[in-house]
Structures are given as structure tokens and as C-alpha cells.
Design a protein around this ligand. Structure first.
Ligand code: NAP
Ligand code: G4F
Length: 372
């Protein structure tokens, strides 16, 4: 059997890294689209890197950008992929309010460029396309829990751009018969989650606070609720979506929702620190109530959390909770991690990383990366 060829846009991101690893393990040749940047942006995939002089290598990176049609056409023509996973996006909801036009271009029109490239190259019957759609499409939710049938109500430039990407994917499927599917993924996190998303911001700060390297964690809306899963489980769903007989759209979620505030509690809990919360809204604070871990002892009553209104969004998504029944039934997808397992995985990793950071701060020197 010739090995299957996959092209992943956004290969340097959280999901791109896990998906590349997963597909390589399945025997795929994986091509990844990466952006040129003035500093290396390949930390998450450095362990997969293969020297260009290796013959017949199975992991190849190409410079490109979702805002550049000609490079997408060239890369697709050169690589002739059986499957494209379109994960590239300006993926930060709050930042999309600051860069709405760029977000629309990269996340919305970028998806159109990819679909058009496949069509123009005559690959409509060869190449299957996975589109990274999002639970942010539900925004001001019209139904609880949210399923494939729930109407969308996007609440940010990011979500509106992704709404275009969702529908243009459906349209190319219906108009040209392209195998193009949307995965409507609810929030998924991991030890390699971007450091400005709330879960990773929390686990990194808790690790630093426990080690005496940070004083207080500043967050925005603590009452927002999210359905958080583990990215390792979610990339398996992406793969399954492209292995079906028929292109279709699927919700991928755990079906459990949790407040940001409770994620904070759970993360501190992993280092044996119990908190008490006082106040409301922008005046809410959290203090150390007790410390049960011998290594992480903080003074009882120490403030560790405050709210900073700068992190509030002009329009917020208050509650997300997905109904994954269709993906469980049709794809046979079952997540391995629950929220407790996710928080534990992230906390262990960040404690490990911060201990090394502390070692460096204390004058030590050691080269390390996320996957050590
Ligand atoms: P991420 O960590 O932010 O990764 C985004 C990737 O896209 C990075 O590789 C980034 O490159 C690349 N990228 C950004 N703009 C680009 C452009 N103009 N051209 C080419 N590449 C570009 O996001 P993620 O968490 O892995 O999410 C993957 C996809 O799923 C995204 O489309 C996201 O919107 C969507 N999604 C994520 C979640 C979630 O909870 N994680 C849920 C639903 C949907 P750099 O490394 O150079 O920045
Ligand atoms: O971690 P977040 O930034 O993720 P958000 O906005 O839900 O978006 C993520 O998940 C989407 C899927 O639903 C993806 F499509 C998207 O690409 C991204 O991966 O924020 C989660 C919640 C929000 O309600 C936010 O207001 O946490 C709240 N929050 C409170 N304090 C904060 C903070 N978010 C961030 N980033 N930083 C804070 O300090």
C-alpha cells in the first residue's frame, strides 16, 4: 500500500503538533505549512524534524501563509495530498477584536483559498479536507447543550470569520462534491497549549506561584464556562472525520462544562493548595486557605488571584457545553482524558518546566523543550 499523504496547515500550533505526531505514527507522509518568522516557531514539532538530506523522509515543512493563494496552490500541487487538515488560524478570540481584518483574511478567506486551490488543481475527487471549526460559532448560545443542529450566533470577529469558513466548506462539498468536513471542536487544551489561553495561563501561573516565582495571577471573566477536553483526544477525532464514507460535520466535546474559577481551584488543588474566594466581578480575589503539599508551602491568607478588566471581552461567550452523541455513534470517538486528567497533565508539565526555569534563573544552564 502506498503511504497516505497529509498536508497540515498550522502544523506549528498545538493541534498541528499532536496531529502530525499521530499521523506519522499511522504511517502517513506528513507535510506541514509553517510561517516564516524572525524567531524559530517550531518548538512543538522540533522532535519530529527530519534533515532534508534524508531520502524519502516522512515529515516535510513548507513555508507558506493562509493569506497567499499562490503558495497554497504550489504546495498542494507539489505534495498532492490525500488529506488536508486546515488548522491554521489566528485562533485567539480576544486578539481578534484587535485584528479583525487580518483574522477574517487568514481564518475566513484563507479557508476559501485552500478549497479553491483543491478545486482548480483538479483534486476535487482526490483530496479530502478537514476544516477546524469551533464551538465559538455558538457564541450567544441558542440551545444547551450545543449539537450539530444548534443555530450559530457568533460573538467575535474570530467566530464570524470561522462562520464563513464553516459555510464555505459546506458549500464546496455541495457544489463540487469535494470531501470537505467540519469538526466543530469545543475547547481543547494540553501541556503545549498557547500560553495566553486561559487554561495554560492558569497552569503556568499556579506552577510559578507554588515555586515562589510569581506573586498573583490576573484573569478576566472567572464565571465563563467551557467544555474542556484534551487536544490529544481531539486530533484523533479529526483523523476519524476524514476516514468516513461520506463528508459530514461533527461536534467534538466532552459534554461537561466548568467555570474558569473552578479550573483555577483544580489547578491549585494539584499542588495541594486550597483557595477561598471573596468579592464579585472585577473585585473578586482568591487567597490561600491551606497547603497540604510539603514542597509547596505558601502563607495562609496570601492573595494569589485578582481580576483585571483588561481581559474582559467586548462581547463574551458565557457558556459552552457540547453534545458529542453523533461523533460517539458515527465516528466511534471516545476521549481518554477527563478534566481532572487534563489539569493533572498540564500541571505536572508546567511544574517540570518552571522548575527548570527556576534553575536557569538561579544561574544554571540547560537546554530543554516541551517534550523532554
Ligand atoms: P494555535 O495553537 O493557535 O495554532 C494555530 C496555527 O496556525 C499555528 O501553527 C500558527 O502559526 C498558524 N497560523 C496562524 N495564522 C496563520 C497564517 N496566516 N498562515 C499560516 N499559518 C498560520 O491553535 P490550535 O489550538 O492548535 O487550534 C488549531 C485550529 O483549531 C485553529 O484553526 C483554531 O482556530 C481551531 N480551534 C481550536 C480549538 C481549541 O480549543 N484549541 C477549538 C476549536 C477550534 P504560528 O505558530 O506561526 O503562529
Ligand atoms: O482560553 P480562552 O482564551 O479560549 P476561548 O475564547 O474559549 O477560545 C478558544 O476556544 C475556542 C473553542 O471554543 C477556539 F475556537 C479558539 O480558537 C480558542 O482556542 O478563554 C476561555 C474563557 C473566556 O470566556 C475568557 O473570557 O476564559 C475567559 N478568561 C478569563 N480570564 C480568559 C482570561 N481568557 C484568556 N485568554 N485570558 C484570561 O486572562
Amino acid at each position: 500500500m502506498p503511504r497516505k499523504v497529509a498536508l497540515i496547515t498550522g502544523v506549528t500550533g498545538q493541534d498541528g503538533a499532536y496531529l502530525a505526531e499521530y499521523l506519522l505514527r499511522l504511517g502517513y507522509q506528513v507535510h506541514g505549512l509553517k510561517r516564516r518568522s524572525s524567531l524559530f516557531n517550531t518548538n512543538r514539532i522540533d522532535h519530529l524534524y527530519q534533515d532534508p538530506h534524508i531520502e524519502n523522509r516522512n515529515f516535510v515543512l513548507h513555508y507558506g501563509d493562509m493569506t497567499d493563494s499562490s503558495n497554497l496552490i504550489r504546495i498542494i500541487q507539489e505534495t498532492q495530498p490525500d488529506e488536508i487538515y486546515n488548522l491554521a488560524a489566528m485562533s485567539h478570540v480576544k486578539v481578534s477584536f484587535d485584528s479583525p481584518e487580518y483574522t477574517a483574511n487568514a481564518d475566513g478567506i484563507g479557508t476559501l483559498r485552500l478549497l479553491e486551490a483543491v478545486r482548480l488543481l483538479g483534486f476535487a475527487n482526490k483530496t479530502r479536507i478537514y476544516q477546524a471549526s469551533t464551538s465559538e460559532l455558538y457564541g450567544l448560545v441558542q440551545e444547551v447543550p450545543q449539537s450539530e443542529k444548534t443555530p450559530f450566533y457568533p460573538r467575535s470577529p474570530y467566530a464570524v470569520a470561522k462562520l464563513y469558513a464553516y459555510w464555505i466548506t459546506v458549500n464546496y462539498r455541495e457544489a463540487y462534491g469535494i470531501f470537505a468536513s467540519n469538526g466543530i471542536l469545543f475547547n481543547h487544551e494540553s501541556p503545549i497549549r498557547g500560553e495566553t489561553f486561559v487554561t495554560r495561563k492558569i497552569t503556568m501561573a499556579v506552577a510559578r506561584i507554588a515555586l515562589g516565582m510569581q506573586d498573583v495571577l490576573f484573569l478576566g471573566n472567572l464565571s465563563a464556562k467551557r467544555d474542556w477536553g484534551h487536544a490529544k483526544d481531539y486530533v484523533k477525532a479529526m483523523y476519524l472525520i476524514l476516514q468516513q464514507d461520506k463528508a459530514d460535520d461533527f461536534v467534538i466535546a466532552t459534554g461537561v462544562t466548568t467555570e474558569v474559577r473552578d479550573f483555577v481551584r483544580m489547578a491549585f488543588g494539584e499542588v495541594g493548595i486550597e483557595l477561598t474566594f471573596t468579592g464579585e466581578g472585577a473585585d473578586e480575589k482568591a487567597f490561600v486557605k491551606s497547603c497540604s503539599h510539603p514542597e509547596y508551602q505558601l502563607p495562609v491568607g496570601k492573595q494569589v488571584l485578582a481580576v483585571d478588566k483588561a481581559y474582559f471581552r467586548p462581547t463574551e461567550v458565557d457558556l459552552l457545553i457540547g453534545d458529542p452523541s453523533k461523533s460517539k455513534k458515527v465516528l466511534g470517538w471516545e476521549p481518554e482524558y477527563d478534566l481532572k486528567g487534563l489539569v493533572k497533565d498540564m500541571m505536572e508539565s508546567d511544574i517540570h518546566l518552571m522548575k527548570k526555569d527556576k534553575y536557569l534563573q538561579d544561574g544554571g544552564y540547560r537546554v530543554f523543550n516541551y517534550f523532554e
